[in-house]
Design a protein around this ligand. Structure first.
Ligand SMILES: [Zn+2]
Length: 403
């Protein structure tokens, strides 16, 4: 695999200057759909346009790019579209050997990019099955092993980000970085993780209307509204990742042997929000003490885990996680319409209003919403009590008798 400039591209040209490969079958690493275990399997990449450049309808890989985190620009602008940039890079030149109609990667980078493409394509298929049609979702760039440049362009400081994965709305791109510390399934090959990250893109499209500068930031929402927005975004992304992987703890295959990283996201765990996490989510405190004596600050993943575990339990109760994911998508569409129509600075976002939107989607489900109302009241009692003076209540027409 090489990242090739056109002027140096003789070898690349010999390999790739014919017609595009179109859809192909590649021997990738990922969650094997026939066994539901991680391993090698043959994936048909049905949206692929060109295997050598690893680009297609869903995603186009780019190597050698620089992600600029411009601290100087950030001092005069709070618009991440101006301070977080993806620059440069080129199409990769992935290398495969064909055997019996299947392409086998000849190096790790080709394997990683093909495996990641397969996972992102399966994520896109999930969202398509939930009614997010192709015309709504453009092809995104995935930046493979980018440099990260921080501080200022005048005195650039580079480093490599490792052991992570991300979707970045400011440049509508996916970051795929080396897994150097963790020795388990690389994040870019973890189906649930790619489903989670793509879920951020879908959320950005449906709720944030494709904004490169999120509305909570551009329109100066309150800290509480912004925190809850970011938390719900993380929780919903977990629901999609878990639904796609069929696993409430889909991150685990990537961190199983890493010791305690403080990642506590298994959606099967019953989670009841306490006064500490309520204060952080509502922006009433910037840190608080936990029962074990530690001091913690706001983390959207932690806030989101309360929403995600409740939705996961709902999926178990209904015997249908896909139906819950569908209601989440419908809720995201409804919220996008509301945000579009709202007076921006006055928009009052929160977990309780979000539940009301979701309950409205769920009301047509067999059994209605009574059990869900009971579960929300039990798990969010402290938040509901704290939010009551702010005028945030569960809708009494949907949850009769709710406080
Ligand atoms: Zn996330």
């Amino acid at each position: 695999m090489r990242f090739t400039l056109a002027a140096l591209g003789l070898a690349w040209c010999l390999a790739a200057c014919g017609s595009d490969s179109g859809p192909v079958t590649i021997h990738v690493f990922g969650l094997d759909p026939s066994t539901q275990r991680y391993g090698y399997y043959d994936a048909r990449l049905s949206t692929l346009t060109d295997a050598t450049q690893m680009r297609g309808q869903v995603v186009a890989m780019r190597g050698g790019a620089t992600i600029v985190v411009d601290a100087v620009a950030a001092s005069s602008s709070d618009n991440p579209a101006q301070t977080l940039l993806a620059e440069g890079g080129s199409t990769p030149s992935c290398d495969f050997s064909a055997q019996s109609g299947v392409l086998y990667p000849n190096d790790f980078d080709s394997l990683a990019m093909a495996s990641s493409y397969a996972a992102i394509e399966r994520a896109r298929a999930l969202y398509r099955s939930l009614g997010v049609v192709d015309s709504e979702l453009n092809t995104i760039n995935a930046y493979y092993n980018p440099n990260i440049q921080a501080l200022t362009k005048l005195v650039p400081t580079f480093w490599y980000m490792t052991d992570n994965a991300a979707y970045a709305a400011p440049f509508d791109g996916m970051l795929i970085v080396p897994q150097l510390i963790l020795q388990d399934v690389p994040f870019e090959m973890n189906l649930g993780v790619m489903g989670h990250e793509y879920g951020h893109k879908v959320h950005n499209h449906l709720v944030d209307l494709d904004a490169s500068n999120p509305h909570w930031n551009a329109d100066h929402w309150s800290t509480g509204a912004a925190n809850q927005y970011r938390g719900i975004d993380e929780g919903l992304a977990d629901i999609f990742g878990g639904t796609l992987a069929g696993d409430s703890n889909y991150i685990e295959p990537s961190i199983a042997h890493a010791g305690d990283l403080g990642i506590d996201r298994d959606m099967a765990k019953v989670r009841v929000i306490d006064s500490c996490q309520t204060g952080l989510a509502l922006g009433q405190s910037s840190s608080c003490s936990e029962p074990d004596g530690g001091s913690i600050g706001f983390d959207p993943h932690v806030t989101g885990a309360y929403v995600a575990s409740t939705l996961w339990q709902l999926g178990l109760d209904q015997g249908d996680h896909q139906a819950v994911a569908q209601a989440v998508i419908d809720t995201e569409r409804a919220l996008g319409s509301e945000i579009r129509a709202a007076t921006p600075a006055a928009y009052d976002y929160g977990i309780v209003p979000w539940w009301n939107h979701f309950l409205a989607q769920e009301v047509a489900q067999p059994g209605g919403v009574a059990d869900l109302c009971t579960m929300i009241q039990a798990r969010f009692a402290v938040l509901l009590a704290t939010e009551a003076p702010n005028g945030h209540h569960l809708d009494p027409t949907l949850c009769p008798g709710a406080p």
